[in-house]
Each structure stands twice: as C-alpha cells, then as structure tokens.
Design a protein around this ligand. Structure first.
Ligand code: 7MF
Ligand code: ZN
Length: 881
C-alpha cells in the first residue's frame, strides 16, 4: 500500500507553470439529476511561443467523454488519449479552440465534490480539485480565465439557475425547459467556479459601496428556511462595510449571492459572487440557534466575503500556498469578529482552539509547516495548521509592523498582484518592501513545522535594581523534519510588583522607561534582556496577548498566578493565569489518583475562583472563559503517556469540589444573571448568558443545580439557554437527562441543525458505554451516513470529542470508529479521512491502547480500494516515527 501512495506524492519543488494561457471558457450545462451533459469550449494560446504543435493536458475524473474537437474538427482515436485522470490532446497549434462534451451523473455523487444533489437541488463544490469532476480542464489555481456559463434545465424542477458573475440572458425553450446565461467579467481559477440549480427562494437586500456601486445581495435557501436568513444578511452587510473601513477594500460586482445547503463537506466556499454555505453557517433564529451559532455565522460569512480580495482577486499559485489565502483570510475574519464583538474573548477562544487542536496536530504524524512540502490528497491539508497557525503567523507580521505598516503592506500586495496567482513569498516580499524591513528570517515560520518552546529564566539583583530575563527557544523534532532552526518570536512582556502594580520597563541605554509592555524579539537560540530601575523582585508577565504560537516553559509560583489573574493589564494573561491554576490543581489530583492517594482540593484555586465570581467589574464573558476548566484534550497534551481516565476523573473531581466549596457564590451569580425578560442577542446579553450558563455547568453537580437546569429547560425561550441546560444535565449524569433528551428530540426532530446538537450531546457523554448508544443512533431517522453534518455530529464528535468513550479500554470505541471510517470512505473519502485522524496520536497512549489502535489502523490501511485520502492518513500514522 505504501508504494501505491508514494507514487502519487505531489511536491512543492516540482512546480512548473502551465504552458498555455486560456483566454476564455464557455460552458453549457444541460442539467438533469441523473445525467447532466457538459459542453466546454476552451480558447488556448501557447505561452512560450515555441511554435509548431504541442500537447495539451487537461485534468478530468469520472467523466464520460462523448466527443472532443480541435478548432471545430472532431478528433479521431489516435489524436488524443483519455485515462482515469487526464485527457491528452497530442498535437495542437499555438492558438486553438478545444471543444469537449462529457456526461456526468450528479445523483451518484456522494463525495460532495464536483456537481452533486442536495435535497431537491443541484450544486457544485470545486475547491480544491472538484472542477475536474465536471469537465476536462487544467484544474489548477494558476490557470485563470473568464467564464461564460449557459445552463439549461426543466423550469418546474429548476426554476433558479445560478452561476458566477452577472446574469446576461435567459429564455424559454418551449418544451418545459428554460435557459440562463452568466458571464463573470473577472478571470478566476477553476476552483472558484460554482453552479446552483433548483427550487430555492431568497431574501434580498442591497449595499452601496464607498464608490457608489449598488450591489444586490441575496440569500437563497429552501422555502422552509426563509425565516432564518436575517442574521446572515445582516452579517454580510457588516462584513462589506468593515472591509471598506478597515482594509479599504470594495466589492467588485453588482450582485452577491449566498446559497445554503444541508449537504456540504466543510463550512462554506468563496466561489466568485456565489458563495455556498453549509446551512449551519446561515440559518438562525433564537429558538433554534445558540449565541455561539450567531457568532459563528457572522464570522464565516465574513470569512467567505473577505476571500473576494484575499483569495479571489489575488489567488494561490499552487495548493502548497493554501495558507496565502486561508491564513490571511482567517486573520481577517478574526479581526472582523474582534472589531464587532469582544477582542479579548475572541482571542482567548482562538488561543484555546489553537492549543487544543493545532498543537497536537503539529506534534503528531501529520505535522507539516503552514506551507507544506508535499501531499497525496490535498483535501487532507485543509488543516488547523494551514488555517489557524497560518492566521497566527499573519498576526505576528501585524504585531511586528503595526496596523499602519500592515495596511501599507496589504496595499502594495494588491497593487503588485491583483489578478495574479502568487506565493507566500510574494506576500512576505510586499509586506517587507512596503515597510523597508527584512522578513527573510521571519519567513522560516512558513517552512518549519512544530510548536517552539520558549524557556524562561530570570534573575533580580536588588542592589542594582536590575532584572534579567533569559529566553531560549527550541522546536522539538517532528515527524516531517528532524532538525529545526531558530525562529523570529515576537514576545510581549511585562512586569508586575508582588502587589500587582505595573512596572515601567527601561532597557539599558534608554533615558527612561518606555512602556509597561515591551515587545521583545527573540530570534537567536538564546537571548537575555536586562531591565533597569526595577524597584523590587517582580512577577514576569510572559507572552502577553499570546504574541506568538509557542509554548512558554516557566514554573510560576501559585501565588504569582493569583496576582497575575487579578491584576495583569492583559486579558489574555489574566485568563491564562486562571487556566494554569486550574490545570495545576487538576493534574495534581490526577497524580493523587495514580498514586492511590485521596483526591483533595487545595485552597488556592477555590480562593482564585471566589475572587473571579465576586468580580463585578469585569466583562462576564471574560469571567466565563477564565472559570471554564481546561479541556481534557489540552490536559492530555501535557502528559508523556496520556492517562485518559485519570484526567477525566481528576477534572470532574475538581469541578465538583469547586462547586461544593463555592455553591452559594455560583448560585448568587447565576440568579443575578437569570433575570429573564425579553431575549436579545446584543453583546451584553450574550456575555451575561455565557457566565450564567457557565455557573449552571458547575451547579448541576449539586441536587439544587439539577432543579435549576430543569427549570431553565422548562422556561427557556432561546436555544442558548435550552442547550446549556440540556448539556448540563447530560454531562452531569443526572437522572433527569434521559427524559430531557427525549422531549428535546420530540420537539425538534424536524429540524436537522437542532438535531445535530442532540447527536453531539449523545456522542460526547463521557463513559465507556457511550459507543453502544452512538452505534444505535446510526439507525435514528434523523441520521444519515451520506450527510457530513450528521457524520460530524455523531461519529466525529465521538471520535474526536469524547476521550473516555473513544479510548474505552475494551477497544470498542476504536473498533466502531474504524468500521465507520471504512464504510464512509466508500461514500465520502474527504469526510472519512477527517474522522480517521482520531487515531493520529496513538503512540501517546499506554501500550494496551497503542496495540488496540494499531490493529484498527492496520485494518483500515489494508482495506481494499481505500481512498488516497484515508491511505495518506494511515500511512503517516503507521509509517513514520
Ligand atoms: C472560517 O476556507 C474559517 C475556515 C475551503 C473550505 C472555508 O473558505 C474556506 C474554503 C475548510 C475548512 C475551514 C473553512 C473552509 C474550508 C473555514 C470556514 C470558515 N476556501 Br476545508
Ligand atoms: Zn477560507
């Protein structure tokens, strides 16, 4: 198997430009669910002027070729070659027109790539390599052209026919069929092509851009969802406004369409002027969507809209450059959310996500730089690393250059590269040139994988009033790279007195202190920084605002953490201090458990939490983040050999012990925030609900709390409160949980997005027996293995979000997930490969579990006709040490 995979490795260093330019692509779709005919006319011009006749290579997969013609002349057998993934025209003149006709079968397409059905309509997904499942074409992002698309379909079944750009004509064909023609004036790569055909309805709004262009905005959904589109539309208008204000970027067409579908592999897709969304990132009303859902919708709508400049106008030369558009666009959507909501809360959540999901990825067998060097299945590289770490690396550029310098760089980037397909190096060069700085060394972040560790030591000399900080960096060797270089690490730093006052920071040679926070640049393996006139032995405040994606190694005294948690000016540091206190207490109890000593809570954490709960001045949303115990996945990463059950039990113990000690305070805060009244999702109400429901998640560990949760469930008028109460009951193991889940089900069985939440709750209930329930739920009428949201909510949530269930000692969790991966792979390799990553960290567990997981990995790897997607995950997990 390994050789079979190895043969198909694509390498970044092998990039060669496509030798043809394409002036135009005319497509004609004759649409039908069973057989759709696609006619393509492609205008070729040879780029190298070599003259004579040259071969033309076109990508194509699963296409039934009806005919191929060159300059109108049908080609005979010996003049072209077709195989499983290409069409080769042997000899073509320097300027020519290639015409093809193919048949495709959308209703057989369960991979949800190319043209496929969803409900009663048809739609496309082309990123990264889905266009080749629609027609023969050079399906690579550096081939950009203008598209003219004509769609023909039965009017009754497909009244709405959408594609990119402007609708330039339509007509009736008399036989019940009609046609619509679309022209996109902007050149684009094939991955941005889209088509939608079906019986959809829309809501409409409009937006006038800064230069006075009137843009029609539409959100298309199936009829029953028309009442859930308002928030998406509002978010789109906000995103358009924000991109003008903050980045000076204006929309470039007269129409912008969004389509929502229940059947989508990922979050959403930025097709030019025809964005397609997973319905969970469009549909919302208070009764069905939580505050987090509202938040996510705004963020994802922003993300896809922002791609219009970072991705579409300037795109990627090849797929190794994916982070060029994704890291940058995630950075932009993070900034959008930060400007719209709470900057500190957004950053804390992003850091939590990065640490609990990207750090493990980077320490495992799929470790890769944000700009990878090779891949088998490109779909496997839409990763936390490319997206989230990529965004953090853009954030470091922003930190180094400041907002004004960063915007100068963006301006130059667009000035140089608008309309082009470029590389990450081009981006960095624009940033560097616009600011007259050298980012060569910084560029190592693009090439090096793994999470750097920054070890901190310090001395204080009372006699000279000098404080010396020693920083050293080291990136552990990873699966893909044995040796690592020093990186440029912007390290934001401050000092507090033991009473919590800020100390102004003065470096040697400076006439006086400059600021309370200094951005130190660590670029050598080791560097020391001296601070003058430090009046007393201080407490260091390390990596303020999480200024770089690194692990800080420093042994804080518990009393110092208490000071930082209360007094540090940086919200991230205050949060981090609370998390470190909780982490220490959970892991100490884990040790107790392992040594057979009775678990017990030390007073420091209780005192710290009491202080947080009693704090009336802070943003309740920030308090909720601080009071949330670190997750089991994050704690697991801190152990050499992961103790799944010990971590779970110790974390549960600490949670219970905290609420025992602080029950009145939790109740008091809960009651103070549970004032009822009319529901709104303004920032203040959202923040209050988050702290209230955080309190409930503790209180439910007490009998009184269980009745609070039941009352909240009975009287809640919004999904945020309802789901929080239901989750509290389920996770606490309360006897009332089962009845509550049943009645939730009967209320919501018709709503697929709400049922997803119900599946997640079942799948993530801790315990070795959860696997049986998950297996049984596969027969639930609302479940379907062909729908990615269902697969993610039930199987994905179990495999990736339920440590005690998945890692059950019997091996039943592993067996169940392996079987589902194999089953799913036949339908949807991309979805199967995602779930298969649940086994990636197998070497980090005890030998019993290692053996069980290895058996399942080998079983999957040995399956006949396993997809390249899953094969790549398996060969990495098994192959490299
Ligand atoms: C926000 O990046 C952040 C990330 C590819 C599909 C959407 O716009 C996208 C697409 C994957 C994983 C995450 C996201 C997307 C995709 C995503 C969505 C919203 N170009 Br795969
Ligand atoms: Zn994206």
């Amino acid at each position: 198997m390994k050789e079979a995979v190895a043969r198909k490795v694509v390498r970044r260093k092998d990039y060669t430009p496509y030798p043809w330019e394409i002036d135009q692509l005319c497509l004609r779709f004759d649409i039908d669910r069973r057989i759709t005919t696609v006619k393509a006319e492609i205008q070729f011009s040879r780029l190298d002027q070599a003259g004579g006749n040259n071969a033309i290579v076109l990508d194509g997969e699963g296409l039934e070729l009806v005919s191929v013609a060159l300059d109108g002349r049908p080609l005979a057998a010996g003049e072209f070659t077709v195989d499983a993934d290409r069409l080769l025209i042997h000899r073509a003149p320097a300027k020519c027109l290639v015409s093809t006709e193919v048949r495709i079968r959308p209703h057989e397409n369960t991979a949800l790539e190319g043209l496929y059905p969803s409900g009663k309509f048809l739609l496309t997904q082309c990123e990264a390599q889905g266009f080749r499942k629609i027609t023969y074409f050079p399906d690579r992002p550096d081939v950009m052209t203008r598209y003219e698309v004509t769609m023909v379909a039965e009017r009754a079944l497909y009244p709405v026919l959408l594609s990119n750009g402007n609708a330039v004509g339509n007509g009736d064909l008399g036989n019940g069929r009609h046609w619509v023609r679309w022209v996109d004036p902007h050149r684009k790569p094939s991955y941005l092509f889209a088509l939608v055909a079906g019986d959809l309805e829309f809501i409409e709004d409009q937006f006038t851009t800064c230069s006075g262009r009137n843009v029609v905005l539409r959100v298309y959904v199936e009829k029953q969802n028309l009442d859930k589109c308002g928030h998406a539309m509002k978010s789109l208008v906000k995103a358009m406004q924000w991109d003008q204000q903050r980045f000076g970027l204006e929309y470039d067409l007269d129409i912008f369409n969004i389509v929502a579908t229940d059947d989508f592999n990922m979050g959403a897709m930025e097709n030019k002027s025809l964005n397609i969304f997973n319905s969970k990132y469009v549909l919302a009303k208070p009764e069905t969507a939580t505050d987090d859902d509202y938040q996510a919708i705004e963020g994802v709508i922003g993300h896809e809209y922002f791609h219009n400049w970072t991705g579409n106008r300037v795109t990627c030369r090849d797929w190794f450059q994916l982070t060029l558009k994704e890291g940058l666009t995630v950075f932009r959507d993070q900034e959008f959310t930060s400007d719209m909501q709470s900057r500190a809360v957004k950053h804390i959540r992003d850091v939590r996500d990065l640490r609990s999901r990207q750090f493990p990825e980077d320490a495992g067998p799929m470790s890769h730089p944000i700009r990878p060097d090779e891949f088998v299945a490109i779909n496997n590289f839409y990763t936390m690393t490319v997206y989230q770490k990529g965004a953090t690396i853009i954030r470091m550029v922003h930190t180094l250059l400041g907002e004004a310098g960063f915007q100068k760089g963006m301006k130059l980037y667009f000035h140089r590269h608008d309309g082009q397909a470029v590389t990450c190096d081009d981006f960095l060069a624009a940033m560097a040139d616009a600011n007259g700085v050298d980012l060569k060394r910084f560029g190592r972040w693009y090439a090096q994988s793994g999470t750097p560790e920054v070890t901190v030591r310090s001395e204080y000399d009372a006699r000279t009033a000098r404080y010396t900080l020693h920083l050293s960096q080291r990136t552990p060797p990873s699966h893909d790279q044995a040796s690592k270089q020093a990186l440029v690490i912007p390290f934001a730093f401050g000092l507090l007195t033991p009473q919590g006052q800020q100390i102004p920071l003065q470096l040697p040679g400076e006439p006086g202190p400059e600021a309370f926070t200094r951005l130190l640049i660590l670029e050598q393996e080791q560097q020391s920084f001296v601070f003058e006139s430090v009046p007393c032995e201080p407490i260091p405040s390390l990596l303020r605002n999480f200024s770089a994606p690194v692990k800080v190694v420093y042994d804080y005294a518990v009393s110092d953490l208490a000071v930082l948690m209360q007094h540090d000016p940086d919200a991230f540091i205050r949060w981090e201090a609370a998390q470190l206190l909780a982490q220490a207490e959970i892991m100490r109890n884990r040790d107790c458990l392992a040594q057979g000593v009775e678990m017990h809570l030390l007073p420091q954490l209780t005192e710290a939490f009491a202080a947080l709960l009693g704090d009336r001045d802070r943003d309740p949303a920030l308090l909720a983040e601080a009071l949330m115990l670190p997750g089991e996945d994050y704690l697991a990463e801190t152990m050499k050999v992961i103790d799944v059950d010990g971590i779970h039990q110790a974390r549960q113990f600490v949670k219970r012990a905290l609420v025992m000690a602080l029950q009145e305070l939790f109740e008091h805060v809960y009651q103070g925030l549970n004032q009822g009244g009319v529901y709104d999702h303004g920032a203040t109400s959202v923040a209050r609900r988050s702290l209230k429901n955080l309190c409930l998640s503790y209180l439910v560990e007490t009998p009184a709390g269980v009745s609070l949760a039941e009352q909240q469930l009975a009287h809640g008028n919004n999904m945020t409160d309802t789901l929080a109460a239901l989750a509290a009951l389920v996770y606490s193991g309360a006897a009332a949980a089962e009845q509550a889940m049943a009645s939730f089900e009967s209320s919501w069985k018709q709503d697929p997005l709400v049922m997803d939440k119900w599946f997640v709750l079942h799948a993530t209930r801790p315990g070795a027996d959860t696997v049986d329930l998950v297996a049984a739920l596969m027969d639930h009428p609302a479940f379907s293995l062909t729908n990615p949201n269902k697969v993610r909510s039930l199987i994905g949530a179990f495999a990736l979000g339920n440590p005690t269930g998945f890692h059950a000692l019997s091996g039943s969790g592993y067996r169940f997930v392996a079987e589902r991966v194999i089953e799913l792979d036949r339908l949807n390799p991309q979805a199967a490969a995602r779930i298969a990553t649940a086994f990636n960290r197998w070497r980090r567990y005890d030998s019993l579990r290692q053996n069980l997981m290895q058996t399942e990995l080998e079983r999957i790897a040995a399956t006949e006709n396993i997809s390249p997607d899953v094969a790549e995950i398996m060969s990495n997990a098994l192959g490299k040490l």
